[in-house]
Design a protein around this ligand. Structure first.
Ligand code: F3S
Length: 375
């Protein structure tokens, strides 16, 4: 065990030498990505098993991203994927990781402003930076795990007040009405700036699902994992005073409409990237129940914890052709490759599903996605 802790400490210090002048920062929590066999393959499995066999244990509270297989056993995957996924989960458990299988661990982990964390999932890192002012970089998956064992992470720019100063001003001349529009605004800011820390004014995100989509899309279409939103980010006024903007951009309603690509009849509908909260899961089930069984499957990803709360409704929804995926998603599961086209309300899912699985994707409002399940 000591040997494992030493190995992790040395590895993190080596990375720190390369990326933060050797400086490190103690962390309160960690979140590891690279949990799906689809994304880490056999080398990833071996890495985790080796760490576990050395007796390594995380020294801070650590959570894990979704896997290739859902905990309810609905997704069909090949035998090797199923077996490797079990090995990954067993190794993570042996390492002391809380296997919540969620990319929205902020549902369970109440991170306080100005505390340091090592979170590997970009959407979650962007969420806690932007909406909690909790400090994390987008830490690569293996480094997040090694940092969790060591108890510290390289002190890169986002762990410093100077590195969190806004570098660009963004004026949003448009009011997002739903999570899809919020996600598209995030994607546009990311696409236009590419990096840095945007200070965003003129925007009010209508609900929790919109905050999740905004953070996920922003960090998908750029390397940005922290935006200061006027009136929403804790300590935003302080960030406004510290801003040193080199760039100014404006997002208009016409830009948002341009990215909406809702066309054609899909093989399936997908909601829940990042994983849907209980409210969204129930909304989808009720919306389909109102119309009767859907002609095409409606997949909804959620965390195993949220699934437990709605298990009775989720099981009954299978008869309506609503498939609730606990702890997995159509991006990190090979199950998606059985489909040729998908309609989704998530800008992040649209980006990755088309690139990773070669599937045609329609980006539609959630209500329109549901309608397409009957087309
Ligand atoms: Fe989460 Fe899968 Fe999207 S891990 S952010 S639902 S790609």
């Amino acid at each position: 065990m000591r040997e494992a802790r030493e190995y992790a400490r040395e590895a993190v210090l080596k990375v720190a030498d390369a990326v933060s002048g050797g400086e490190v920062v103690p962390i309160d929590t960690a979140h590891v990505s690279g949990v799906s066999y689809l994304t880490i393959g056999d080398h990833g499995v071996e890495f985790l098993k080796r760490l576990a066999s050395l007796g390594a244990r995380v020294s801070v509270f650590t959570t894990a991203n979704p896997a290739a297989v859902d905990t309810g056993g609905v997704l069909e995957v090949d035998r090797r994927t199923a077996e490797a996924q079990r090995e990954i989960i067993a190794a993570l458990r042996a390492l002391g990781v809380s296997v919540v299988l969620s990319c929205a661990p902020y549902e369970f982990v109440l991170v306080r402003p100005r505390t340091a964390h090592a979170w590997a999932e970009s959407s979650a890192a962007a969420y806690i930076n932007t909406f909690k002012d909790a400090w994390t970089d987008k830490v690569p998956g293996p480094l997040a795990l090694l940092s969790a064992i060591a108890g510290f992470a390289p002190r890169t720019q986002l762990y410093t007040p100077e590195g969190r100063r806004p570098t660009a001003l963004v004026r949003v001349a448009f009011k997002p009405r739903d999570p899809l529009e919020a996600g598209i605004v995030g994607a546009l800011i990311g696409e236009r700036l590419g990096h840095g820390v945007p200070y965003v004014s003129g925007i009010r995100l209508p609900d929790e699902a919109s905050r999740r989509e905004f953070a996920a899309a922003l960090s998908t279409y750029s390397s940005i994992v922290f935006a200061v939103i006027e009136g929403a980010t804790p300590n935003w006024a302080e960030y406004a005073r510290a801003a040193d903007p080199g760039e100014r951009i404006e997002i208009e309603g016409s830009d948002v409409q341009r990215l909406l690509r809702c066309a054609g009849v899909p093989d399936a509908v997908y909601v829940g990237c990042p994983l849907a909260d209980v409210e969204t899961v129930l909304w989808v089930i009720n919306e389909v129940a109102r119309r009767g069984p859907a002609r095409r499957p409606v997949y909804v990803s959620t965390s195993p914890a949220a699934y437990k709360l709605v298990e009775r409704q989720a099981r009954a929804a299978l008869r309506l052709n609503v498939v609730i995926l606990a702890g997995s998603c159509l991006v990190v599961s090979p199950h998606a490759r059985r489909l040729k086209s998908i309609a989704t309300d998530s800008a992040k899912a649209a980006f990755y599903i088309s690139r990773l699985h070669g599937i045609r994707v329609s980006l539609c409002r959630r209500e329109d996605c549901i309608k397409l399940a009957y087309a």
